[in-house]
Design a protein around this ligand. Structure first.
Ligand SMILES: Cc1cc2nc3c(=O)[nH]c(=O)nc-3n(C[C@H](O)[C@H](O)[C@H](O)COP(=O)(O)OP(=O)(O)OC[C@H]3O[C@@H](n4cnc5c(N)ncnc54)[C@H](O)[C@@H]3O)c2cc1C
Length: 330
């Protein structure tokens, strides 16, 4: 009878940038797979985007009562209970790759600068709203209070938008939800879509009922320039067949999301990591960004649904991929 050779397990250090749902899930799985994950989180606490949303989260099977904020708190608790190593207010200064699965990551925290050797680097830094740069604007000298980028910004601070002339720009869910919220709080809303809306049909249908009752109009076009005129904003709009001007009190840009890589650009360049046409990391189906041992998960993976459940699953998937790659690299 022939015997089968078995592997020895060597625990490896793996650095994860970002302590949102994807980063924490990935760390937990790596820990359970016998490795030593280190989460470097740029913020003062973990939990990621859900930590900024104090609203019910109705999208997680088995957790009917949870809010996004409550979920972020549970993720933080999980870091403690599972004894995950988390460094907050961490800034990654450099990542160098000597050979496959052999990295040195230098970072700073409030304790100073440090470096760690690791076998893999995982990016889980999430996304941020696309900003004005992506609009072909001739004049960006507008007051910040007249432009809103945060997808939930219209809900904070003022709750009434009575009589406000609002322009919402965008054709996906966030634009439609914002337009709906604004109409419901008394604003006169113009919703501008560049092309056929991509928003889910349920919210499109709700918006249609506002159009039918004369509370909102949906126009085809995109802004080409903004001009501050007193307390309002003049927006030049370009449509397929015509150009027109709108004067509004506030513009809500809902232009989608882009990877959150601020401060990491040089590192990504040095590592020669490639982006796809949408500016997102070019990954294989298992989350590998390159064969040397760099991976991505969560919202950074454009092919996943942008949601907590898929970020948790994406973190798990990448942890399994890392474990498989490390096994094969021995
Ligand atoms: C307005 C809004 C509402 C949403 N509502 C829901 C909902 O109801 N239900 C649902 O399931 N999903 C919802 N989502 C989506 C959900 O929040 C995301 O899919 C999920 O948070 C993605 O997890 P992530 O870990 O990839 O990124 P994030 O949650 O964004 O976490 C990324 C983490 O990385 C950190 N980071 C960023 N840059 C660096 C860096 N350079 N170095 C180190 N750390 C860094 C950030 O501080 C953050 O903690 C919503 C998203 C938005 C924007």
């Amino acid at each position: 009878m022939q015997t089968v050779p078995l592997l020895d397990h060597t625990p490896e250090t793996i650095v994860i940038l970002g302590g949102g749902p994807a980063g924490i899930s990935c760390a937990l799985w790596l820990k359970n797979l016998g490795h030593h994950p280190v989460i470097l989180e740029s913020g003062s606490e973990t939990g990621g985007t859900p930590g900024q949303i104090d609203r019910p989260n109705r999208w997680i099977a088995g957790m009917p009562e949870i809010t996004s904020l409550g979920l972020a708190q549970k993720l933080q608790e999980q870091c403690t209970v599972s004894d995950l190593q988390v460094l907050t207010e961490a800034k990654v200064l450099s990542v160098s790759c000597a050979e496959s699965h052999n990295f040195k990551v230098t970072y700073s925290t409030s304790d100073g600068t440090a470096e760690t050797d690791c076998a893999a680097v995982i990016f889980a830094t999430g996304v941020r709203p696309r900003s004005l740069e992506s609009v072909d604007s001739k004049d960006q000298e507008i007051h910040s209070e007249n432009i809103e980028l945060d997808p939930l910004g219209h809900l904070t601070g003022r709750t009434s938008h009575d009589g406000e002339r609002s322009l919402v720009v965008g054709g996906a869910d966030n634009a439609f939800f914002t337009a709906n919220d604004l109409v419901n709080s008394g604003a006169n809303v113009t919703l501008a879509c560049r092309s056929l809306p991509k928003a889910q049909s349920m919210i499109q249908s709700q918006i249609k009922s506002h159009v039918d009752s004369g509370k909102l109009r949906v126009v085809q076009g995109s802004p080409t320039s903004f001009r501050q005129t007193g307390s309002s904003v003049e927006v030049e709009m370009s449509g397929l067949t015509e150009s027109f001007t709108l004067e509004v009190d506030k513009v809500y840009l809902r232009l989608g999301f882009t990877p959150r890589f601020e401060g990491l650009e040089e590192i990504l360049d040095n590592l020669k990591l490639t982006m796809d046409q949408q500016g997102f990391p070019q990954l294989d189906s298992d989350g590998r960004w390159c064969s040397q041992g760099i991976y991505c998960c969560g919202d950074l993976n454009r092919h996943e649904v942008s949601a907590v459940v898929s970020s948790l699953a994406g973190g798990a998937q990448v942890a399994k991929t890392v474990e498989y790659d490390l096994r094969r690299s021995k």
